[in-house]
Design a binder for this molecule. Structure first.
Ligand SMILES: Nc1ncnc2c1ncn2[C@@H]1O[C@H](COP(=O)(O)OP(=O)(O)OP(=O)(O)O)[C@@H](O)[C@H]1O
Ligand SMILES: Nc1nc2c(ncn2[C@@H]2O[C@H](COP(=O)(O)O)[C@@H](O)[C@H]2O)c(=O)[nH]1
Length: 204
């Protein structure tokens, strides 16, 4: 049976990964995004079970104790994690899965799942990153400052990723993401055909 592929997308806060992933999912068959668990408070328009599963620190720690997370990390001042069972269920169904996670989580997933594909998204500049966080209008100035302080250190991890793209023009970045997914799907199909041919040779 064909299983799906795991894609990691990381970026500093405000670079545009959620906006890109939403459009990518809407435009692409058999591609889903894993909804993370977080202890952060929900923002105005966010919905539980849609944007995140918003949980208490106690529930989060209980999930860690029960090894319910594929990966988890403290990002800024909150905890975030990816539920293992959900991702495995999607993959078994043959769906490709996107994990929108930070570089620490990406490291953990890469160790367990070396065949995953990881993508790092950069903003065109630090000034544009701050502008986007301000324009989003969801976080107060202290939170924006906290995220901006972390941004440069986060971006220093880009060499750990398979692909790097700059989200300057939205549609260009979206197109580049689509190309990465298509190229990897083609590669997977070819590898499966080669494996099948090899097995047929062995049987004959
Ligand atoms: N290419 C772009 N040009 C201009 N604005 C953009 C672009 N991409 C995204 N944005 C805007 O930048 C803001 C931040 O985007 P988004 O919330 O997707 O970032 P993010 O990387 O997911 O951040 P976080 O990690 O905090 O969730 C949003 O207001 C979004 O509409
Ligand atoms: N390691 C993980 N990091 C995650 C996960 N879900 C989100 N994130 C990262 O958190 C920051 C902040 O997100 P925000 O919604 O509070 O703005 C974001 O940039 C992601 O990289 C996760 O499950 N694991």
């Amino acid at each position: 049976m064909t299983t799906g592929k795991l894609y990691i997308i990381s970026a500093p806060s405000g670079a545009g990964k959620t906006s890109l992933v939403k459009q990518l999912i809407a435009d692409t068959d058999k591609l889903v995004v894993s909804i993370s668990h977080t202890t952060r408070a929900s923002r105005n328009a966010e919905q539980n079970g849609v944007d995140y599963f918003f949980v208490t620190v106690e529930v989060f720690q209980d999930m860690i104790a029960h090894q319910a997370f594929l990966e988890h990390a403290q990002v800024y001042d909150n905890f975030y994690g990816t539920a293992r069972q959900t991702v495995e269920d999607y993959l078994v169904q043959g769906l490709d899965v996107i994990l929108e996670i930070d570089w620490q989580g990406a490291r953990q997933v890469r160790q367990m799942w070396p065949e995953c594909v990881s993508i790092f998204i950069l903003p065109p500049s630090i000034a544009v990153l701050r502008q986007r966080l301000q324009n989003r209008g969801q976080d107060n100035v202290e939170i924006i400052d906290r995220r901006m302080q972390a941004a440069v250190a986060e971006m220093s991890h880009y060499p750990e990723f398979d692909y790097l793209l700059v989200n300057d023009d939205f549609n260009t970045a979206l197109q580049q993401l689509k190309c990465i997914i298509s190229a990897n799907r083609l590669l997977q199909t070819r590898q499966q055909q080669e494996l099948l041919a090899l097995l047929q040779d062995l049987v004959n």
